[in-house]
Design a protein around this ligand. Sequence first.
Ligand code: BGC
Length: 264
Amino acid sequence: MDILGIDIGGSGIKGAVVDAETGELLTKRRRVDTPEPSTPQAVADVVNGIVHHFNWGGPMGCTFPAVIRNGVICSAANVDSSWIGTDAPALFERTTGCPTSIINDADAAGIAEMVFGAGRDQPGVVLLLTLGTGIGSALFIDGHLAPNTEFGHIEIDGVNAESRAANSARKREDLNWEAWGSRLNRYFQTVEFLLSPDLFIIGGGVSKRGHKYIKYIDVRAPIVVAQMRNHAGLIGGAMAAHALIQGGADAELDPAVLYVPEYD
Ligand code: BGC
């Protein structure tokens, strides 16, 4: 089934039509800067522009960088705080006319990687961490997603970890790879102590330059980069929409319904 995947981030909003059964992008990706301030209607208007760009009238699977429960945005670390309490599918459906589902951006990237990418057939505990404007996390146990984990926000030395270790901190503070790598090392070691994953997957745009910083991260579990790189989010957004459509009208917008092996 073809679905318009939309990956909403703190810096950019990306869209492409995706074959949700194969994870393939059927169009080129369209990227637009996230508006400032990133209020709900301003973001919905950008999403609507992407819908028009693709002349789309079908289902849309969005991702969003927040805790999401039944479509309602419950946190706002890197987006305007007026998002909290917003029913995102209702807003996007009103603005675009497209039936919409929404899922946390890192959870979406994780689903795509577990089914088609670096986490394929990986048993045990797999943790995908996206390094971007913030740090997103997606935790899988034998292919099951534990939705809405927020391991980017653990406190290390009294500081919210993503404010020091996200890719945005590297850029903002103009850190070289080694300096940033040593912050990532501290972060990954802390997360490993807390969760003992069997595998780490690094996602986000900077994952393609993993050879520059992964060598500074000294953890027991192997670290691999996301195979779908920066496309994982919008592919996973489309896959989540597809799973909900398949689940029928009774499926609540709860990412926990996504049992990854069903895609095999
Ligand atoms: C948000 C997460 C999100 C991550 C990556 C964090 O600041 O709290 O929900 O997954 O950024 O965008």
